[in-house]
Design a protein around this ligand. Structure first.
Ligand code: ATP
Length: 323
C-alpha cells in the first residue's frame, strides 16, 4: 500500500544518484513502490513528485549531482511549511520518507518526525564527512580525490616558481577534507577547525621552519564561516614574511561535482539497500551509516551532533611526513 518517497537536500554530493538508484531498485525488488520528490523539502511542500521505476534510475550510477535536484528550503524550517509537507505526503500516499543529505537535512527530518507520525530514514550525503556515527559520508571520497588531483597540479606551479600556496577547500566546520587531502597530496600543512585550540596553527607551521628544506610549500586550509580562510593566512604571511611569494587558490565548487569514485558508488549502493532493509525491520528516524565496514543505524539526534572528532593521529602523520 502506498509509496516510499526519496528526496535529496542541501548541497549536492557525488554518489547521490547512486543512492537514489540503490534505494529505488532495492525497494522495488522487495515489493514497494517508489516516488521521487524533486528539489528537496521545497518540492515536498510544493508537491513536485512523480513515480520512479527501475528504468528511471538506469544509467545514473556514474553521474555526479542529483537527478532529483536539490534545494535549500526556508519554508520547511517553519511549522506551516512542515504541515504542508505532511499534507502532501498524505495526498501522495507516501508512508516512509528517505532523505539523502547533510546535517541540516537530517535536522529537518528529525524535527518533522517529532511533529508527525512519519517514519524517516536518513542517508549521509555530503562531501564534508561531518556526520556522527558513520566513518564515511557519500560524496566525501570523490571530493577528496578531486582535491588531490587539483593540488597535484598546483604543486607543479608552486615548485617551478618557488611559491607558497594556500589552497582553500570545503568542509565548513569539519577538517576531514583538508587534513586528508594534505596527507594524500604531500602538502606541508593543513589548517583545520578542529585544531584551533590554544596554539595558532600558522605559527606552529612557520616555527617548524617551512621552506627551509623545500623549494615550494602548499598549505591546505578549511574554508571558514568566520573569515579565517586561505586569504586570511596568506595576508598574514605576506605581512610578516615579505620575502615569500605567496598565492591563494580557492577550489570552490569544482570540489562537489564529477563522476563518483568506486568507493562512493559502493558506499551509496550498500547504504541504499540497507535503508530499505531498515524500513522492513521497522526502524525509523535513523541515519544509515557505516562503521568498521559494517552498516549501522544511527538515531538522528546522534548523527547531527556537532564536531565529529577527527583522528588526531592524522595530524602527527602529516607533521612527520612534511619535514
Ligand atoms: P550540506 O552539509 O551538504 O550543505 P545540509 O543538509 O547540511 O547539506 P543545509 O542547507 O544545512 O544542508 O540544510 C538543507 C535543508 O534542510 C534546509 O534548506 C532546510 O530545508 C532543512 N533544514 C535545515 N535545518 C533545519 C531545521 N532546523 N528545521 C527544519 N528544516 C531544516
Amino acid at each position: 500500500e502506498g509509496y516510499i518517497g526519496i528526496l535529496t537536500s542541501g548541497g549536492d554530493a557525488s554518489g547521490m544518484n547512486a543512492t537514489i538508484r540503490a534505494i529505488t531498485r532495492s525497494a522495488i525488488c522487495n515489493g514497494y513502490k517508489v516516488k521521487g520528490i524533486y528539489r528537496g523539502y521545497e518540492g515536498l511542500i510544493n508537491d513536485e513528485i512523480r513515480e520512479l521505476t527501475t528504468e528511471d534510475v538506469s544509467n545514473i550510477i556514474q553521474r555526479g549531482g542529483t537527478i532529483l535536484k536539490t534545494a535549500r528550503s526556508k519554508d520547511f524550517e517553519t511549522a506551516e511549511g512542515r504541515e504542508k509537507a505532511y499534507e502532501v505526503m498524505q495526498k501522495e500516499k507516501i508512508h516512509t520518507l528517505f532523505i539523502i543529505g547533510g546535517d541540516g537535512s537530517l535536522t529537518g527530518a528529525r524535527i518533522f518526525a517529532q511533529e508527525y507520525d512519519v517514519p524517516c530514514i536518513g542517508l549521509p550525503g555530503t562531501i564534508d564527512n561531518d556526520l556522527w556515527g558513520t566513518d564515511l559520508t557519500i560524496g566525501y571520497d570523490t571530493a577528496l580525490n578531486t582535491i588531490v588531483e587539483c593540488v597535484d597540479k598546483i604543486r607543479d606551479t608552486a615548485t617551478s616558481h618557488e611559491r607558497i600556496f594556500f589552497v582553500e577547500v570545503m568542509g565548513r566546520d569539519a577538517g576531514f577534507l583538508a587534513q586528508n587531502s594534505a596527507i594524500a597530496s604531500g602538502a606541508e600543512a593543513a589548517i583545520i577547525p578542529e585544531d584551533q585550540t590554544d596554539t595558532d596553527q600558522l605559527e606552529e607551521f612557520i616555527k617548524r621552519g617551512f621552506r627551509k628544506t623545500k623549494n615550494s610549500s602548499i598549505v591546505i586550509v578549511t574554508e571558514s564561516p568566520t573569515g579565517k580562510g586561505a586569504n586570511y593566512y596568506a595576508e598574514r604571511v605576506k605581512k610578516e614574511y615579505p620575502q615569500y611569494d605567496v598565492r591563494v587558490t580557492i577550489l570552490g565548487h569544482l570540489q562537489r561535482g564529477g563522476s563518483p569514485s568506486a568507493g562512493d558508488r559502493i558506499l551509496a549502493s550498500r547504504l541504499g539497500c540497507a535503508a530499505i532493509q531498515a524500513m522492513m525491520e521497522g526502524q525509523r528516524n535513523v541515519m544509515i551509516g557505516i562503521r568498521n565496514d559494517k552498516v549501522v543505524y544511527v538515531p538522528f539526534a546522534e548523527a547531527i551532533k556537532k564536531n565529529k572528532p577527527i583522528d588526531k593521529s592524522l595530524i602527527t602523520v602529516l607533521n612527520e611526513l612534511s619535514i
